[in-house]
Ligand binder design. Structure first.
Ligand SMILES: [Zn+2]
Length: 295
């Protein structure tokens, strides 16, 4: 972990963003890099909004701050700490739980939990890199335990469909989606979205993949058992499950966590750029409230 990200450290982070002003300067620079456009009326001219990093539309007088309409919208705690949360999530190989963030930054756990989900929103997969060449498609179940308010332990299961592109002996790109059941429809939709025509597919022998087999060139179908499986897919399935159990301890809001896993996995060659990449995604993502996320 340290090797991959050794070029950026927490000291560099605090040197780069030592105070609220430096964070706002970064957000303003990125947000308006290509020019100003009023969110209210679309006008392109502005004057100062009376405070640093606030711009006012010269037509409708609407004032907009550097954080407005981004995922930093109405952040109620120190912006330097918000930037630090993005840093920890982007650069730790396994991310960081809200409890660890709370301890490291001396913030309330609930504050970290919510802001962490906003950061994960920015990690959502755009699925715009279609997988090609040799592609494996598989699905698997995640079993979790949940302690209810009355102390009773409840077990539940979630299902995931996953597609990976092979490169040499490894994996160059990965996508994973939560699916409601082993319903073939959801698998078809997912495969159509993430796999390019002409890809050479390997998948398991199960009727849910029959449609995929009709539309794509399938080079291998394996009957899945304890001793017979696709090793790369199997390894990643196990990584996802053990990471979920180790860091998140549950699989609720599963799609956020799958996006988080894939985001870092697909950018494992990036060093300090991954931090800027994530900050910029947060600038250009519409704001999310607690209700948006839970709803
Ligand atoms: Zn305006």
């Amino acid at each position: 972990m340290e090797e991959k990200f050794k070029s950026v450290s927490i000291y560099d982070l605090y040197e780069r963003f030592p105070n609220r002003e430096s964070c706002l300067a970064f957000l303003a620079k990125k947000k308006w890099e290509l020019g100003f456009k009023c969110k209210h009326c679309g006008h392109n001219h502005y004057c100062s909004g009376g405070k640093p990093y606030i711009r006012q539309c010269t037509k409708c007088r609407y004032k907009e701050s550097a954080t407005a309409n981004t995922l930093f919208h109405k952040v109620k705690f120190d912006l330097v700490k918000a930037f630090a949360i993005v840093y920890f999530i982007a650069t730790n190989k396994k991310g960081m739980s809200s409890c660890e963030l709370s301890r490291s930054l001396q913030l309330r756990q609930k504050t970290c939990w919510l802001f962490r989900l906003k950061v994960l929103t920015a990690m959502e997969s755009h699925q715009n890199v279609g997988l090609s060449g040799k592609v494996e498609i598989s699905d698997f179940e995640i079993g979790m335990k949940k302690v209810m308010e009355n102390g009773q332990e409840v077990r539940y299961k979630k299902r995931v469909v996953m597609a990976l592109e092979k490169k040499g002996k490894g994996v160059s790109h990965l996508y994973a989606n939560e699916v409601e059941s082993r319903g073939a429809d959801q698998i078809d939709d997912f495969v159509d979205r993430v796999v390019n025509e002409g890809a050479l597919i390997s998948c398991y022998k199960w009727h849910g993949y029959n449609h995929v087999c009709k539309n794509y060139q399938v080079i291998k179908r394996i009957k899945k058992s304890k001793t017979s499986f696709m090793p790369l897919s199997n390894r990643l399935e196990n990584s996802i499950i053990s990471w979920l159990r180790g860091i998140h301890h549950h699989a609720e809001l599963l799609q956020y966590y799958l996006d988080e896993f894939c985001y870092r996995f697909n950018r494992n060659q990036m060093k300090e750029e991954i931090y800027d990449h994530l900050l910029i995604r947060m600038v250009f993502h519409r704001p999310r409230t607690y209700q948006d996320i839970i709803g």
